[in-house]
Design a binder for this molecule. Structure first.
Ligand code: XLS
Ligand code: NI
Ligand code: NI
Length: 435
């Protein structure tokens, strides 16, 4: 045991009336929601990078957090792992996620960095034998080190492409070894600052090649988890290639990978792309790409990725409504890719941020399940489209009617459509009964 969280209790469910800050009011892992345990619905994961590696900097000032494990040695990396698993235990977190760079010190060269990673992966492996916490996903950090400043797979220098590919391989090996449920690719610098120095066509060819190699390697090693792309429209680069779910779908189709890769959708990234979170979830579900979620929100005024913990229950209700309609998670889960505000210095801030986020998600999930079980929203939506269920409409959709046929039909049946209300306010009122 380290003494970092000394004196803080293990968090238990105490119900909505509890006044104990260190308790769940809504997240009750064993409670059944639509026939499934809440823990199995939500599949919460702790993000190693924000909780244990981020120093609290912003563009105007550096480190605010003083963690005893900050530094570049393997001993400190092991101390960080000890504290991380203590937090997983305090929260009862079923999963965690990590990048290579979060967990090991950078070595002098590729070989040393990989050795460091392998040592920590073995250390994680030992801890996971006695911990309930599993790996939701692993990923490679191909955006922080200066070698990646002009991209990883989309770099103009093939040596950087090779270094990135080699790094992805080691991170897939690490994820596979730890029994990870997914492997994530977020294109942190796969984009550009100016077209004046950028060859768009080459860069997307390179990205397609890298992703194909990732899929080949997954099959080669027998990794059964999902490969997930995490869309984001900008930041750090001005224009990122994996803009949103629809853009990723086009990219996957182009390289014939639409049945091999799914998406990890982050609420804050959806907002940056000018979408709602539920839009991105519904789009992914409709395209057969729904995989996993990062549940961190943005500040709606700031226009950048502020990675805040979720605390808006009506937003969570609409998001989990789409998750449930998509059939829920299979390999995916709910990752807190969220960080404390830089003034939240104390160990207990780290715990309470997650407690609040887990409760907000649990309330959202329960409201979403109640809306689905009530059925009115789905019934009203089905009624709106009911005309399309008729025999004649189905013939149109099957391609058995031409524009000429439509003209004859309109003339002979004397069709003269009357608009019908979309009933938006009525539906919004309905949702408000559940949140
Ligand atoms: C950054 C991304 C990142 C990914 C993992 O905006 O959200 O944290 O989730 O590389
Ligand atoms: Ni993000
Ligand atoms: Ni993310």
């Amino acid at each position: 045991m380290t003494d970092f969280f000394a004196g803080l209790p293990k968090i238990a469910y105490e119900g909505p009336d509890s006044t104990n800050d260190f308790s769940f009011r809504h997240y009750n892992p064993d409670e059944t929601v639509m026939g499934k345990r809440m823990e199995d619905h939500l599949r919460f994961a702790i993000a190693y990078w924000h909780s244990f590696a981020w120093p609290g900097g912003d563009p105007f000032g550096g480190q605010t957090f003083q963690r005893p494990w900050f530094g570049d040695t393997m001993d400190l990396a092991r101390l960080k792992a000890d504290v991380a698993f203590e937090m997983f235990d305090i929260l009862g977190a079923p999963f965690f996620c990590f990048h290579d760079a979060d967990v090991r010190p950078e070595g002098a060269d590729f070989a040393e960095s990989t050795r460091n990673l392998e040592e920590i992966v073995d250390y994680f492996g030992q801890k996971m034998e006695t911990s309930k916490t599993k790996l939701l996903w692993g990923t490679a950090n191909l955006f922080s080190h200066r070698r990646f400043m002009s991209g990883a797979a989309t770099n103009p220098d093939p040596d950087v492409f090779a270094y990135a590919g080699a790094t992805i391989k080691t991170c897939m090996d690490a994820t596979h070894k730890l029994g990870g449920a997914n492997y994530v690719l977020w294109g942190g610098r796969e984009g550009y600052e100016t077209l004046l120095n950028t060859d768009l066509s080459r860069e997307s060819e390179q990205a397609g090649r890298m992703l194909s190699m990732v899929v080949d390697y997954k099959h080669k090693i027998g990794f059964k988890g999902a490969i997930l792309i995490e869309p984001k429209p900008q930041e750090p680069t001005k224009h990122q290639y994996d803009y949103d779910v629809a853009t990723v779908y086009g990219f996957l189709k182009r390289f014939g990978l639409e049945n091999e890769v799914k998406v990890n959708i982050e609420q804050g990234h959806a907002i940056l792309a000018g979408h709602s979170f539920e839009h991105e979830l519904a789009m992914a579900s409709s395209l057969g790409l729904f995989g996993s979620i990062d549940i961190n929100r943005n500040d709606y005024q700031s226009g950048w990725d502020t990675d805040q913990f979720p605390n808006n229950v009506p937003e969570m209700a609409l998001a989990f409504y789409e998750v449930l309609k998509a059939g829920g998670f299979t390999t995916g889960g709910t990752n807190f890719d969220a960080k404390l505000r830089r003034q939240s210095l104390d160990p207990e801030d780290l715990i309470l941020a997650h407690v609040g986020g887990m409760d907000a998600c649990a309330r959202g999930l329960k409201a979403a399940a109640a809306m689905l079980e009530d059925g009115t929203l789905e019934a009203l939506r089905a009624e709106r489209y009911a005309g399309w269920d008729s025999d004649e409409s189905q013939k149109i959709l099957r391609g058995e009617r031409s524009l000429g046929d439509l003209e004859s039909h309109v003339r002979s049946a004397g069709i003269n459509p009357e608009p019908r209300s979309g009933r938006q306010e009525r539906l919004e009122n309905l949702v408000n009964r559940f949140v």
